[in-house]
Design a protein around this ligand. Structure first.
Ligand code: C2E
Ligand code: CA
Ligand code: CA
Ligand code: CA
Length: 279
């Protein structure tokens, strides 16, 4: 059969049809995932240049009964398209706050911070601020331990709504990070308008920082910008000692990546910390 072009999707193209059916099936399963308790949060440690763990990023996992572990890269886009990300994202926030609560009552873990990813359609819901502040009050945790990771696209999508909501949450004490920094529209003017606490250097720049001069310059520029704005900078996707050394010698003192630890279930995360504390 002839291949169909972008604007000529053929009704009975078997490949398109199969892809559509697969998507519809996945959507139906995604709809059941929350009520059937198939989601789990994994935790990836965040460390400073002295090797101390100061927090973690919560990363969503879907433990599907037949498909096994489905990566967020496979289901977050579908969850966003279908609006399912709104209840899923609320579950993530609630679970993250409960985890922070559990850590707060453990003397060895009480200073841990937790970063949570927020999708654009979740953030731009009319009641997002209410939902977060209700969770913080009900679960009764220290709000400045919660850091919301927003992307540049989210922030610029509706800048007025973003500023309004960030300021409202900032008043309560919630912190903010710009995730995947450097990959979005490089409109820097907005940075100074936002109550930001952190820029997170995208892993695509970190990957080649020691071998690709242009990426090294990008990383140095981001670090310099954050430093001059008086906000923290963290690098994600740090896999090698070489990358870590480059970052440290250029003024970035907080890191996340496989060099330190992969995202793991909470039990593993806590025992990794105990090993570090005991060592
Ligand atoms: P992200 O927020 O940029 O998260 C970082 C991703 O890089 C994670 O993939 C993490 O496992 C991976 N990673 C961490 N360290 C390294 C490293 O050293 N090397 C490499 N190659 N990769 C590393 P993951 O867990 O598959 O998540 C993928 C994306 O899914 C996340 O990217 C985020 O955009 C989204 N996501 C995950 N959890 C949530 C959530 O709860 N809500 C929303 N809205 N999105 C989420
Ligand atoms: Ca993130
Ligand atoms: Ca990221
Ligand atoms: Ca990313």
């Amino acid at each position: 059969a002839k291949r169909s072009g972008r604007n000529a999707i053929r009704f009975f193209d078997p490949a398109t049809h199969a892809a559509m059916e697969a998507r519809i099936a996945l959507e139906a399963e995604l709809r059941r995932a929350l009520p059937e308790n198939q989601f789990k949060l994994y935790y990836q440690m965040q460390v400073n240049n002295l090797g101390a763990v100061f927090g973690a990023e919560a990363l969503l996992r879907w433990l599907h009964p037949e498909r096994g572990m489905v990566s967020p890269a496979q289901f977050i886009p579908l969850a966003e398209d279908t609006g399912l990300i709104v209840p899923i994202g609320l579950w993530v926030l609630e679970t993250a706050c409960r985890q922070l609560k559990a850590w707060e009552s453990d003397p060895g873990l009480s200073c841990l911070h937790l970063a949570v990813n927020v999708s654009a359609c979740q953030f731009h819901q009319a009641d997002f601020v209410d939902q977060v502040s209700t969770l913080l009050t009900e679960i009764a945790i220290d709000p400045d331990k919660l850091k919301l990771e927003l992307t540049e696209t989210l922030v610029l999508g509706d800048i007025d709504d973003t500023i309004f909501k960030m300021q409202a949450l900032k008043k309560i004490g919630v912190r903010f990070s710009i995730d995947d920094f450097g990959t979005g529209y490089s409109s820097l003017a907005y940075l100074t308008q936002l109550p930001l606490d952190q820029l997170k250097i995208d892993q695509s720049f970190v990957r080649n920082v020691a071998v690709k001069p242009t990426d090294a310059v990008i990383v140095q520029t981001i670090i310099g910008m954050a430093t001059n704005l008086g906000i923290e900078v963290i690098a994600e996707g740090v896999e090698t000692e070489e990358q870590r050394t480059f970052l440290e010698s250029n003024g970035c003192f907080t890191y996340q990546g496989f060099l330190f630890g992969k995202p793991v279930p909470v039990e593993e995360f806590e025992s990794a910390l105990n090993v570090k504390i005991a060592a």
